[in-house]
Design a protein around this ligand. Structure first.
Ligand SMILES: *Cc1c(COP(=O)(O)O)cnc(C)c1O
Length: 222
């Protein structure tokens, strides 16, 4: 399905007004679909499959900022380490260390977000509050100079209960501000990535400054 240009423009205006970065989630969409949105000025794109991301990156313009938004396996970091702009879903020390290793090999610092588990569903990945606090450890992070934690990411429950979704977003925003206030050497709390097609307005109202939106722009995925 082709890009919904009016929906995209409206979304972009909403994001600009709220000072939020719009990541266009292009998973399963063709390079032509991505190029069409690129031609409208979009530069941030999100993918959740390593192989698909690598194939698209090779043929699409080099100034695209590629966001990896899925669950990343440690053994696949090497395929995207040379070019990925931001990895959203980091939820273990093991993965953080592997990203650091591959960052060093590629002579760059790779930016990441730590994923926090805020949904009631058990299937969603992410850290709990305690695990988050122990990963935001000054000594651990200073020992990993080729990975840079720049914020948090979370996914709310897939639920029509907007009170529940709001509570989950607020929980994440509170954690974000708490760790921002106590920011120490080794990490930054600049980016709060939360909100998708169905809940981005609520996410922004709760303080999100980066939304990841697919179906609203590209139409439903088959
Ligand atoms: C697919 C996906 C999105 C986008 O979902 P839409 O409902 O199509 O906007 C956002 N974030 C993550 C992590 C995703 O996997």
């Amino acid at each position: 399905m082709a890009t919904n240009t009016p929906a995209y423009r409206e979304l972009l205006a909403t994001c600009t007004e709220a000072n939020a970065i719009l990541v266009a989630v292009s998973k399963t969409k063709t390079p032509e679909d991505i190029q069409a949105l690129y031609n409208l000025g979009q530069r941030d794109f999100g993918e959740n499959c390593v192989q698909e991301l690598v194939e698209k990156q090779q043929i699409l313009p080099s100034d695209i900022r590629w966001h990896f938004i899925g669950h990343l396996q440690s053994n696949k970091v090497k395929y995207i380490a040379s070019f990925v702009h931001l990895i959203h879903g980091v939820d273990s020390e093991k993965l953080l260390k592997e990203i650091n290793k591959q960052g060093a090999k590629n002579n760059r610092v790779i930016k990441v977000l730590l994923q926090v588990h805020i949904a009631t569903e058990e299937t969603k990945f992410g850290l709990d509050e305690g695990e988050l606090a122990s990963l935001l450890n000054h000594e651990l992070l200073l020992a990993l100079p080729n990975v840079s934690v720049v914020g948090l990411m979370g996914m709310a429950s897939f639920s029509p209960d907007m009170k529940l979704v709001e509570k989950e977003f607020s929980t994440l925003a509170t954690l974000f501000h708490h760790h921002k206030k106590n920011e120490e050497a080794g990490y930054k709390m600049d980016i709060l990535s939360m909100g998708m097609s169905g809940d981005f307005k609520l996410a922004m109202a709760c303080g999100s400054n980066m939304v990841r939106i697919g179906s609203l722009i590209f139409g439903a995925r088959g």
